[in-house]
Design a protein around this ligand. Structure first.
Ligand SMILES: Cc1cc2nc3c(=O)[nH]c(=O)nc-3n(C[C@H](O)[C@H](O)[C@H](O)COP(=O)(O)OP(=O)(O)OC[C@H]3O[C@@H](n4cnc5c(N)ncnc54)[C@H](O)[C@@H]3O)c2cc1C
Ligand code: SF4
Length: 572
């Protein structure tokens, strides 16, 4: 195999082009650095490659998901739970579902755009309940960068002043729709708070990008750039500086180092010719997503770093976290057979229920929030939650099947939009014993050793999800609905998602002031190699129950600003 080393020495090499990589490249290129970005997938542009305007009925599959497109036929992500030739393995008896993107912009092309800030409590969990660890920084250290992200990207929401749910620099939120008004009524009966959602979707034109036109197809990638993705917001200005070079189809293998143990660049396999290349750079920023970044560091062994780069503490790969998750849905007679009216909106909920148990005595740690789904979205395969599962819930309808002919058509018209559901997203406590490591026996099709996962939920997470199940079920009843599924038993884990399934993985290369306990310092800079930084979710010390990407973006900007300062001071 040939090994080609680039003649250029870039100021910075960034691995990954999603939230963390896109932000690092944007800030560094704007600040004058010559940046090379390695991206494992192909180039992709939602304006030309996406399917925002496609009707499900134009396809024989009617938009149904497939192995290659688990979130629907027209979803805007190349990747999936399984990628051909790129396996990962598990310790016996354990589960970890790993969703990976392989495309320019990574998962930011199709993510849900729920853009919550972590609050002050989320940075000091150990001080509050003695579990996990505190971050080496607090909310006030990240707040200025959250503000910058809000202003650059655009986010809607209300300034609610709700405890531990910091407000941002918001655009006006869209009004609640019919099913969301019903949720608000039920929540009021139970004394639950309901806030306007906080989504990185433009409700008015912002920084040269047009307002959302309410097509509801954010998951397909937005052709008008009205929501956040790295390729629509971060990469164009970075490219227009003339200082960003993107190398696509470049699967990074390892960070190369010199005799001092400092990074000299990144080696990668070009997926087109399967040859080995190395880009050289004075600084390396890893943002391949939390688990891939841990994998890269663990595979970067050398005499100076025998256990892997930045791993003298031995904790790279450890403290892996994901959100807990569970869903409950109900069908609502008030919504059946309703007069059709305009229920258009953004591609996500207009409201959410923040964690409401801060003052409650409870038998589990931390909290969760409830995401809401429902309404009349574009019909596709399996809509109305599978009509055969719901039409037999009503006395005056045929029972036990989907029906046919006129009755089936009438059922579809009547039942369309009558199901409303709640998805809990809760905080998992960080634990040393939950980890990924290199599997000594398995390599991928590029010859790169793969990850083996060993992750388990604890009682904290099970009991938290039991609480979420009960609260969601009570809410369906308070709204006057019929719950669609029985309460899962303790033996069924109360219906908790598999670890990894909620796709909020963080924590594998944590921050900390003590190099013996954490690979990164408070600026996401490796203790063991001062020119190596991490800007994805890997540095997180806790996961919070908040969706993680807004914090990835804020932290990535903060880290990139620090790199600029160090470069200007001649310290890199
Ligand atoms: C369906 C879905 C819905 C979601 N909804 C939300 C939400 O509403 N709110 C929220 O906060 N989060 C959400 N998320 C999570 C969110 O997408 C991630 O937190 C975010 O994209 C992480 O950013 P990242 O830069 O770490 O990784 P990514 O965005 O995945 O980018 C990583 C990039 O690195 C590349 N890469 C990987 N390995 C290598 C390698 N070895 N060499 C070179 N390149 C490599 C990948 O191809 C990819 O482009 C959702 C995710 C999914 C899948
Ligand atoms: S709902 Fe709005 S932001 Fe989402 S894809 Fe449609 S136009 Fe774009």
């Amino acid at each position: 195999m040939r090994h080609i080393i680039s003649p250029n020495v870039y100021d910075v090499a960034v691995v990954g082009s999603g939230a963390g990589g896109g932000m690092a490249a944007y800030v560094l290129a704007e600040a004058g650095a010559n940046v090379v970005m390695l991206e494992a997938g192909p180039m992709w542009d939602a304006a030309t490659d996406g399917d925002m305007f496609t009707w499900n009925y134009t396809s024989p599959r009617r938009g149904a998901s497939s192995k290659e497109r688990p979130f629907g036929e027209f979803d805007g992500c190349i990747g999936g739970w399984e990628i051909e030739g790129e396996p990962y393995t598990h310790a016996p008896g354990t589960e970890w579902d790993w969703f990976r993107a392989r495309m320019l912009g990574g998962r930011t092309n199709h993510w849900g755009r729920i853009s919550l800030r972590f609050g002050p409590d989320d940075f000091r969990g150990y001080s509050l309940d003695g579990l996990g660890d505190d971050w080496p920084i607090g909310y006030e250290d990240v707040a200025p960068w959250y503000d910058k992200v809000d202003q650059l990207v655009g986010i809607f929401g209300n300034r609610d002043g709700y405890y531990n749910e910091p407000d941002g620099d918001f655009l006006l939120p869209p009004a609640p729709r019919l099913h969301e008004l019903l949720v608000m009524q039920g929540a009021a009966k139970m004394g639950l708070p309901v806030l306007a959602n906080r989504l990185s979707i433009l409700t008015k034109a912002h920084n040269g990008r047009p307002a959302c036109h309410f097509c509801g197809q954010c998951g397909r990638g937005c052709a008008t750039g009205s929501n956040f993705s790295s390729p629509s917001v971060l990469l164009p200005p970075a490219l227009s500086t003339g200082r960003l070079t993107i190398v696509d189809n470049a699967m990074a293998r390892e960070v190369t180092t010199d005799r001092e143990g400092l990074a000299t660049g990144v080696s990668y396999v070009n997926r087109n010719d399967m040859q080995e290349y190395t880009v050289r750079a004075r600084t390396v920023v890893l943002a391949a997503s939390a688990c891939e970044t841990a994998r890269l560091l663990l595979n970067s062994t050398s005499p100076q770093h025998p256990a892997g780069l930045a791993n003298s503490s031995g904790v790279v790969g450890r403290y892996l976290m994901d959100s807990t998750g569970a869903s409950v849905a109900g069908i609502f007679p008030q919504l059946v057979g309703r007069t059709p009216h305009n229920e258009d909106g953004v591609g996500g909920a207009h409201i959410y229920i923040p964690w409401f148990g801060y003052d409650q005595k409870r038998d589990f740690a931390r909290g969760y929030h409830l995401e809401i789904w429902g309404g009349r979205q574009q019909p596709g395969y399996g809509f109305v939650d599978g009509i055969h599962t719901v039409n037999n819930l009503f006395e005056d309808r045929p029972r036990g099947g989907g029906g046919y002919g006129m009755q089936l058509k009438q059922d579809y018209r009547d039942l369309y939009g009558s199901v409303v559901g709640f998805s809990a997203r809760g905080e998992m406590v960080a634990r040393y014993d939950n980890y990924c490591e290199i599997d000594p026996d398995v390599v991928d099709k590029y010859g790169i050793p793969v990850l083996r996962f060993d992750v388990r939920w604890s009682d904290e997470e099970y009991l938290q999800i039991k609480h979420a199940q009960e609260a969601s079920r009570n809410l369906v009843e308070a709204m006057g609905g019929e719950i669609l599924t029985p309460m899962p038993s303790k033996e069924e884990g109360y219906g908790i998602s598999a670890p990894g399934e909620i796709i909020h993985e963080v924590g594998t290369v944590r921050m900390g002031d003590d190099p013996a306990k954490a690979p990164l310092n408070a600026w996401c800079q490796a203790h063991d190699a001062r020119n190596v930084f991490v800007t994805d979710g890997a540095p997180f010390v806790s996961q919070a129950h908040k969706n993680t990407t807004w914090t990835i973006l804020a932290m990535a900007w903060r880290t990139a600003d620090h790199i600029v300062e160090l470069r200007n001071a001649g310290a890199l």
